[in-house]
Write a protein that binds this ligand. Sequence first.
Ligand code: SF4
Ligand code: SF4
Length: 86
Amino acid sequence: MKISIGARVEEAGSSIKYKTGGWRSYRPVVNKDKCTKCWLCYKYCPDAAIEKGKDCAVIDYDYCKGCGVCAKECKFEAIEMVPEVK
Ligand code: SF4
Ligand code: SF4
């Protein structure tokens, strides 16, 4: 799309509005029994798709793109990447 000189963008893009979870081919699944609540996954998730749950890390599947960074960073093997089933 070409934007003409002087044009105004009335509505800027919003990552909240665009749910990117549909891009996923693998989904992270948290094993509640293994999670120590160290929050490393929370810090490393590039999409801020992990919340600090009461008992363990909680994935927001609306925005998780399935990159697998959380599973790689978890030192307790509490996150497993499994194929997404549509
Ligand atoms: S990195 Fe692993 S152990 Fe730490 S909060 Fe995340 S899932 Fe739990
Ligand atoms: S798979 Fe990637 S986007 Fe999804 S929760 Fe883990 S780090 Fe975040």
